[in-house]
Design a protein around this ligand. Structure first.
Ligand SMILES: C[S@@+](CC[C@H](N)C(=O)[O-])C[C@H]1O[C@@H](n2cnc3c(N)ncnc32)[C@H](O)[C@@H]1O
Length: 186
């Protein structure tokens, strides 16, 4: 098995279970050196927000994001991998998270209603998306008209991220930092 391809490769539908487990283990180590506060601080999450963590993986920040949006907020944790969903479910139980809903997505249509999200964040996953237009269209469907998307490059060049975003004609890049692009619906 070419693990590099599964961790860093492009356009994967669903990684093998062993790769997902190894990735989750590596995240635990990475989080010691680059904790939640640094990665999430710039996402613009606020109390009362409905937030979608798209491609949530093992849900490494889900308890903290849940507390950040508070009782009046909501967090949807979306992933294409069953192990991601079971990991999020374990965290919901462990931390008694009442405002988190795991959503297993199949392809590019998730079970979240239209115009639901104040913020969608999709971290370290855009490079895996085979059909960026379908993906971005789905994100556009679930975001509020005045909501926004925070996306990063994952394992692709910034140039490619931008080409996919602007080429979709669905999102405008409103702000850009080294770590993220903030996009608003067209
Ligand atoms: C490298 S992990 C990043 C996890 C998390 N965002 C983080 O930064 O800790 C990428 C995640 O995106 C998920 N993913 C890949 N393609 C997806 C798709 N089309 N829809 C939803 N999730 C997807 C993978 O299953 C994996 O859990």
């Amino acid at each position: 098995m070419n693990l590099k391809k599964y961790f860093c490769g492009r356009e994967i539908d669903r990684m093998p279970d062993i790769a997902f487990k190894m990735m989750s283990f590596l995240f635990k180590i990475m989080d010691i050196f680059y904790p939640f506060e640094k990665r999430i601080a710039g996402l613009g999450l606020k109390e009362g927000f409905t937030v979608v963590d798209y491609g949530c993986g093992p849900g490494r920040y889900i308890d903290k994001v849940s507390r950040l949006v508070g009782e009046t907020g909501k967090v949807y944790a979306v992933d294409i991998h069953e192990l991601a969903i079971s990991s999020v479910k374990k965290k919901i139980e462990k931390y008694d998270l009442k405002n988190v809903e795991p959503v297993l997505v199949d392809g590019y249509s998730c079970d979240i209603e239209d115009n639901a999200a104040d913020v969608i964040y999709a971290l370290d996953m855009f490079h895996m998306i085979k059909e960026p237009v379908l993906f971005l269209k789905e994100l556009r469907r679930i975001v509020k008209k005045d909501g926004f998307l925070i996306i990063d490059d994952g394992h692709q060049a910034r140039k490619n991220t931008k080409v996919k975003l602007t080429g979709s004609d669905l999102w405008t890049i409103a702000e850009e930092t080294k770590d993220h692009l903030k996009c608003v619906p067209v």
